[in-house]
Design a protein around this ligand. Structure first.
Ligand code: XMP
Length: 331
């Protein structure tokens, strides 16, 4: 694509000129925007870029491995993979309020990130995958608009005292579909570029009540089944329609783990285990959404596979509420 090639050439030249011989750091979240920013900045300044991945243990099954595989192994970008799982587990223990979970996760993220940044010598720049809608949303926040209550953004970076980096935000004029196109052009794999929207606080806000390692394990395993089945369902629709988000494609699909148990039966034994709730929605922009009218066969496969394959689950429910009045996430 000629326009995209031009954009890349221009940005690469700009970033090179700005950075000179200095070093750049970037926080990878596992999401599309930071991934595309990393690939672009790497193209411009090569090994002057170091990426930091704070592994809080709240991503989905296989995602931390994908970050390593894509950035360290394929792109050869110097990558610091921080295992912060225990730190997060301790901080989140006993916390059941959703907003408090969000606060803890966000605050800790920057704390861990800056600890790592300060270990690296002579870093001048911080690159970020801020995109155009992020800027609009934080504008809405400043004026007290509705976005402020919907989403807390990480644009305002809480630099620790005495610490400062100059920002590089090469995607700040792009919309999401342009970021995806750029990601493809830069050679990022589809699983990164077309990753479904996923909240920053990750699986912590899909576990109702407090987060424990046992609940995380159950949710990761159940979520993996839902993703496998509905990735395949979406792929079939993509093949039929040629559109990635056609009328009946699922926009987001995942599991929620409520804080209850229920009775079941297995062989001759009574069980008392957890239910999981499957949430799959159709949407264009996440502002409104409808529950996906999935074929019974697909729902049946998901249910059967979850109770067969996931230890600790004996029941599967399907959320049939649109947004509004519900939200896409449960917390
Ligand atoms: P709701 O649940 O409000 O979500 O319908 C709308 C969209 O935003 C995502 N979401 C979040 N994203 N941090 C994020 O980065 C969050 O705390 C957060 N909460 C919800 C949600 O997945 C959906 O795409």
């Amino acid at each position: 694509d000629w326009a995209m090639d031009n954009f890349i050439d221009e940005k690469v030249a700009q970033i090179r000129e700005q950075v000179g011989d200095n070093k750049v750091i970037l926080a990878l979240s596992g999401g599309v925007d930071s991934a595309v920013a990393a690939a672009l900045v790497h193209k411009a300044v090569g090994d002057q870029l170091t990426c930091v991945f704070v592994d809080h243990g709240l991503l989905r099954k296989g995602e931390p491995e994908t970050v390593d595989a894509v950035f360290r192994d394929t792109f050869g970008i110097p990558l610091v993979h921080v295992n912060a799982q225990e730190r997060y587990a301790e901080l989140l223990a006993g916390v059941d309020d959703p907003e408090q979970k969000r606060r803890i996760i966000g605050t800790e993220f920057w704390k861990v990130f800056f600890e790592e940044a300060q270990k690296l010598d002579g870093v001048t720049y911080l690159a970020q995958g801020t995109i155009y809608p992020d800027i609009i949303e934080s504008g809405a926040r400043k004026t007290g608009g509705k976005a402020s209550t919907i989403k807390s953004h990480h644009n305002l970076i809480p630099f620790p005292e005495g610490v400062h980096f100059d920002l590089i935000e090469p995607l700040d004029h792009l919309f999401k579909d342009e970021v995806r196109e750029l990601g493809c052009e830069l050679g990022l794999p589809d699983e990164v570029v077309f990753r479904q929207p996923f909240p920053g606080p990750g699986l912590a806000i899909r576990i109702i009540g407090d987060v424990t390692p046992e609940k995380l394990e159950i949710l990761k395993n159940a979520d993996a089944v839902v993703r496998e089945e509905l990735d395949a369902y979406n792929a079939r629709l993509f093949e039929e329609t040629g559109e990635r988000n056609s009328a009946h494609s699922c926009w987001q699909y995942f599991c929620v783990l409520p804080d209850i148990k229920s009775v079941g039966v297995m062989g001759d034994e009574r069980t008392y285990e957890r239910p999981v709730i499957v949430r799959a929605v159709e949407s264009q922009d996440a502002m409104t959404a409808d529950w996906a009218k999935l074929p019974y066969e697909v729902l049946g496969n998901i249910s059967r596979r979850i109770v067969d394959e996931v230890d600790g689950v004996n029941r599967v429910a399907y959320d049939i509420t649109p947004k509004p009045p519900a939200t896409i996430e449960w917390e």
